[in-house]
Write a protein that binds this ligand. Structure first.
Ligand code: SPV
Ligand code: MG
Length: 544
């Protein structure tokens, strides 16, 4: 197996690459991940940004161990190499040795140290008044750092502050040559001028082998091609992540403070789900499934709740059928309560009509934006990321007694559906009629019955054995079978408008066994205003 490139090697490759490379500032784990996701091949752990995020000045007010802690979170959150802005090394050669050792142990790829005195001040604050380090002392520090590193690829970037402190380009070059001789892996030449002129002269006069690194914060209007032409190796965009965050935070909190509501800002800020994603929550869900035994493998419920509901228009002007009030709470709330009583806590509803009104604690909502022109399977497909090994797929307009679900959860087959052998006697013909391998025989305990067909189209000639009530469960391989059946429907051009009965019939046609558990009543669905009235009585405990 090929050995994975270390982060230190990756930073070295960036410095030594023959094209201009870029790294971007980050100041905590979250911003590190954002920088990496944007495509940057490396991260600048900026002293300015880190201290700003801590709410202190860029004057070594945060201790080096506090910086170390922050940069460790950044290294954990990202795969790309981090170059830490190590200021002056937080002391003398000995402090730098300890810093290098600790950085290596935390997965940081390199450190940049500047030739100023501890405690340093940010280069853009009274730069001229800042004393430079003695060249020999700084060279000793570089040598000590290089001797301390264990990984030969760990990089020490020597930062020349001569131009910042008002010294000449010649002084900067002399220092850079000394630092290279002391073992530096690259030279960062910094300037606070608004033009690139000084650094261009520096680069032209640079006769060393070390790659050159720049921080164009002040001369930002210089075209990037000019840096290329000057032979620069690495550009650091040094503080724009924290500055972007500052502007966004200031605007948002000011508006919330002024308006005393979240309504105006909600659509302009990242949803909480995006924060979860950046935190790596999907990985934890997956790990729970693998490692947390039963709890992790728990059944997930996918509720199809996109429909407004024909026959219910007077009461569904502003919400889908699943959010209709029944006995004092939305229908979906009743479902969730039964799920929770049966140990189902991973619940996703697929919304379509007024999805914003689907607001039930404990329910994740995904949207089928095309619900008006597509069918149930298209909605189901919108929830595919929420599928696990064990899924309950259920219509959102049902009420049923707790035992219906408890019995279904006791069964171990790949695919199982619930069929009511009493049907809905009031219905003629019944919705979703179901034909099974055998009728419901109450005298037989745990009879093994399979589904032969569901729905009116292409139905067998004989009377149905009951009615499919809109609940199915898939386990293990069943999920793969469903994916295959969806592909078949797609290939036949039927996917867009197909319903769950089409899925079941396609599974059966493919030779998959769909098991049946029979029930006799103890449930209802809501298709008209009469059903809605009956639902209240049912929910209050009167079975029909
Ligand atoms: C930093 O990002 O902390 C730097 C670069 O050191 S600068 O702020 O330009 O000095
Ligand atoms: Mg700094």
């Amino acid at each position: 197996m090929a050995k994975q490139r270390t982060k230190a090697r990756a930073l070295r490759d960036l410095l030594e690459s023959d094209r201009l490379e870029f790294i971007m500032e980050a100041h905590n784990g979250l911003s590190a991940r954002i920088v990496e996701e944007a495509g940057f091949a490396g991260i600048w752990a900026s002293g300015l940004a880190l201290s700003a995020a801590f709410g202190v000045r860029d004057s070594n007010e945060a201790s080096w161990t506090q910086v170390l802690e922050a940069v460790e979170f950044m290294a954990d959150a990202s795969e790309v190499p981090i170059l830490l802005d190590g200021d002056t090394g937080y002391g003398n050669f000995n402090n730098l040795r300890r810093l290098v050792t600790k950085l290596e142990s935390r997965g940081v790829a390199g450190v940049c140290i500047e030739d100023k005195l501890f405690p340093k001040t940010n280069s853009f604050i009274d730069g001229e008044r800042q004393p430079l380090a003695d060249i020999d002392e700084f060279c000793g520090k570089i040598r000590a750092g290089k001797d301390a590193q264990r990984d030969p690829d760990f990089c020490i970037v020597a930062r020349v502050e001569a131009l910042i402190a008002g010294w000449s380009v010649e002084e900067a070059l002399e220092r850079a040559r000394a630092y290279e001789a002391a073992g530096a892996d690259a030279i960062l030449i910094h300037d606070k001028a608004r033009t690139f002129d000084n650094i261009k002269r520096f680069a032209a006069g640079w006769d060393g082998a070390c790659p050159l690194v720049i921080v164009p914060t002040k001369y930002y209007s210089t075209p990037t091609d000019v840096f290329r032409a000057a032979g620069i190796s690495l550009v650091i965009w040094a503080n724009h992540t924290v500055r972007a965050a500052v502007t966004a935070m200031q605007k948002t909190v000011a508006e919330i403070h002024e308006t005393q509501t979240l309504a105006g800002v909600e659509d302009r800020i990242a949803p909480v789900s995006e924060v979860f994603r950046l935190q790596g929550d999907p990985e934890l869900r997956e790990a729970e499934r693998r490692y947390a035994g039963d709890a992790g493998a728990a059944t997930r419920a996918i509720v199809l709740a996109a429909a407004r509901g024909e026959g219910l228009e007077p009461v569904t002007k502003a919400r889908p059928k699943a959010m209709l009030e029944v006995a004092g709470k939305p229908l979906l709330r009743h479902l969730v309560d039964v799920f929770k009583q049966n140990g189902l806590h991973d619940i996703t509803a697929v919304g379509g009509y007024h999805p914003e009104t689907i607001d039930v604690a404990g329910v994740k909502v995904v949207e089928n934006p095309d619900y008006e022109t597509t069918g149930e399977l298209a909605s189901l497909n919108c929830a595919r990321e929420h599928f696990g090994d064990d899924n309950l797929i259920i219509y959102g307009d049902l009420l049923f007694r707790r035992h219906v679900l408890a019995d279904l959860l006791d069964i171990d087959h790949e695919i199982t559906v619930v069929v009511d052998s009493h049907g809905r006697r009031s219905e003629a013909p019944p919705r979703d009629p179901a034909w099974c391998s055998a009728p419901d025989d109450r005298s037989m305990f745990a009879q093994d019955v399979t589904l032969a067909h569901v729905g009116g189209a292409d139905a067998p000639e004989r009377a149905p054995d009951g009615r499919w009530i809109g609940i199915m469960r898939t386990r293990g391989e069943g999920r793969v079978w469903i994916r295959e059946a969806l592909d078949t429907l797609r290939a036949e051009g039927r996917f867009e408008t197909a319903g769950v009965p089409d899925l079941l019939n396609t599974l059966i046609a493919a030779g998959r066994t769909v098991h049946v558990i029979y029930i006799t009543g103890h449930w209802l669905d809501i298709n008209d205003l009469d059903d809605l009235r009956a639902a209240s009585a049912f929910a209050y405990g009167e079975t029909r």
